[in-house]
Write a protein that binds this ligand. Structure first.
Ligand SMILES: [Zn+2]
Length: 219
């Protein structure tokens, strides 16, 4: 039997998954996190995730998914590939099927922990074209996991329909705005908090934060 009060959060130490972690901590009695090590471009991502989990008193498990590098070459895992996005194309950070794999492994882990809820920060709003971030995919995978393990998991996606501004608003609602702002790593160049300010991830994060703070001040 799965425990309805237990959740596993897919956790990278970034803005989105940290906000999801706070969201889960508010809702579920028992929360654990899982971080995937696929030899990402900035290895400090793992350390940041471990540090945040420790600070919040959450058990974090790091799973080795370095085989992702054997499957596909891309800018997130290879420092010799530039981060860029051309119009109407997937960005060079795209790892095909990455979320599919992450969530499938998380599903097996949730089964062994007896956790009913799997929480992920995927989002369709600021859609950069990752097909396995779409709501329709998550619903399909939820059915697949339930059939694969003959169980009744729920994949929760609190950020699915939020833009970056609304994700900052959610962090604030959860009392975690400063925490998320100061302790998470989103930057493709591996710089904590506000980041390098120049990469696409920093730009998205900063624009959302500026919009949110402006709205908060000006009403
Ligand atoms: Zn950056």
């Amino acid at each position: 039997m799965l425990n309805e009060e237990k959740a596993l959060v897919v956790f990278s130490g970034g803005q989105d998954s940290t906000t999801c972690l706070f969201w889960a901590l508010e809702r579920f009695k028992e929360v654990e996190t899982v971080t995937f090590d696929y030899h990402q471009r900035h290895s400090q991502e793992i350390e940041v995730a471990e540090g945040i989990a420790k600070e919040l008193g959450v058990k974090n498990t790091v799973l080795d998914l370095s085989l992702l590098n054997q499957l596909s070459a891309n800018a997130l895992t290879r420092s010799d590939i530039a981060i860029e996005q051309k119009d109407r194309e997937l960005p060079s950070t795209f790892v095909p099927g990455r979320n599919h794999l992450f969530l499938s492994f998380a599903g097996v882990m949730a089964k062994s922990m007896g956790a009913k809820h799997i929480v992920t920060g995927v989002c369709e709003t600021d859609f950069s074209g990752y097909p396995d971030c779409r709501d329709v995919f998550i619903k399909s995978l939820n059915v697949t996991l339930n059939l694969a393990m003959d169980d009744t998991f729920v994949i929760d996606t609190p950020l699915m329909w939020l833009n970056k501004k609304e994700t900052w608003a959610l962090a604030d609602e959860l009392g975690a705005l400063d925490f998320v702002r100061e302790k998470t790593l989103t930057c493709y160049n591996g710089i904590l908090a506000d980041g390098c300010g120049e990469c696409p991830a920093c730009e998205l994060r900063k624009n959302g934060l500026d919009d949110y703070l402006n709205e908060k001040v000006n009403g």
